[in-house]
Ligand binder design. Structure first.
Ligand SMILES: NC(=O)c1ccc[n+]([C@@H]2O[C@H](COP(=O)([O-])OP(=O)(O)OC[C@H]3O[C@@H](n4cnc5c(N)ncnc54)[C@H](O)[C@@H]3O)[C@@H](O)[C@H]2O)c1
Length: 323
């Protein structure tokens, strides 16, 4: 059953959304959708001039601030008094492992501060992007929502701690918190993260006729096209009664080799060299079960892997690619 709020799109005129991580990959697709729904958007990021927001800067309020600074966060919340918070800002696996204290400051303490301010200001809904990094490599696949959480790295720990804090604020204070766990979100514009090289940047290289060596072609992961990730975020935000609050979201499991084959059917001249035996990029399981999210909200991705790869290549190369 689809429990999305009917007609919600027509009621967004008084909706003011704070988006953290606004200069990042996923936010660059989310913010235009929020604007199209009629929401006022306050975009928060540490970047001076995020490329992803070019073209919409005059339609948003941009706040340059640091997630590691409670003062920056409280000041932003108090100044703009958002009705909704979309917390996407974080640092990813490499930087978290390099500096765990900074990782917890940016990823976890920011969540606590924003939850605290959201409670004080009666925020209507608080949505966070978590990660399948909360699970350990040893989890039974397809990994279910309730599988044991045994993060393989500091990034996963920061996300798991944040998930617990969301649930606590819901239980203890009645704050309406929700979160989604993504795996390999791909699409034009993704530059960061340990799996970017063998997903988005690989497709960028094919689109740009650049050569690339792939040493882990048989590594598999769950590929979720960025527009479906945004659809999932809007779905969980609008869901009337998300029983579980935190959900896995899956696109489809594919090997890197399979995706290269799909890309080669669209662009036969792709200059990708496959070598064998390289280490896997991802320390996470490959396959996730998102049936609970789909059942509770009616969510269904719009993109097959073929359609997503084609669109990615077309956008990056700036032209229609013929098959
Ligand atoms: N991309 C994926 O495959 C994926 C998968 C699972 C979860 N996620 C989660 O989704 C969210 C968005 O991911 P993304 O791919 O857009 O990441 P991204 O790296 O493109 O964007 C993150 C943004 O956060 C900002 N940021 C970093 N440190 C900051 C700080 N101290 N203060 C203020 N802003 C800061 C960065 O400038 C960047 O614009 C993240 O929370 C990430 O953990 C992403």
């Amino acid at each position: 059953m689809n429990t999305s709020e009917q007609g919600f799109q027509n009621k967004t005129s008084s909706v003011k959304v704070l988006v953290t991580g606004a200069g990042g990959f996923i936010a660059s697709y989310l913010i235009p959708e929020l604007l199209d729904l009629g929401a006022e958007v306050v975009a928060f990021d540490i970047a001076k001039n995020p490329a992803g927001l070019e073209g919409i800067r005059d339609r948003i309020i941009y706040v340059r601030g640091d997630l590691a600074s409670p003062a920056d966060l409280y000041r932003t919340m108090m100044t703009y008094r958002p009705t909704e918070v979309f917390h996407l800002g974080s640092i990813l696996a490499g930087p978290c492992d390099d500096n765990p204290i900074q990782g917890f400051k940016i990823n976890f303490e920011s969540t606590m501060t924003l939850l605290d301010a959201s409670r004080a200001l009666n925020v209507r809904r608080f949505v966070m992007i978590s990660s399948i990094a909360v699970f350990g490599k040893d989890a039974v696949e397809p990994v279910q929502d309730e599988a044991v959480k045994n993060p393989a790295n500091v990034y996963g720990q920061t996300k798991l701690a944040s998930e617990h804090m969301l649930l606590w604020y819901a239980r203890q204070h009645g704050l309406d918190t929700r979160a989604l766990r993504f795996a390999w979100v791909f699409g034009p514009g993704r530059k960061t993260g340990i799996t970017a090289l063998y997903s988005s940047l690989l497709l960028d290289a094919i689109a740009n006729d650049e050569s690339l060596e792939v040493t882990n072609p048989d590594e598999t992961g769950d590929w979720l096209y960025v527009k479906d990730a945004v659809k999932a975020i809007l779905t969980v935000w609008q869901a009337k009664e998300p029983g579980q609050r935190i959900y896995n979201v899956a696109g489809g499991v594919h090997s890197i080799r399979d995706v290269i084959e799909i890309a080669k059917q669209i662009k036969p001249g792709a200059r990708i060299t496959l070598r064998e035996g390289g280490a896997a990029a991802s320390p996470y399981p490959s396959a996730y079960d998102d049936q609970v999210f789909r059942k509770e909200t009616g969510f269904k991705p719009d993109y097959t892997i073929e359609k997503a790869v084609r669109e990615h290549l077309e956008i990056v190369s700036g032209k229609k690619v013929v098959s």
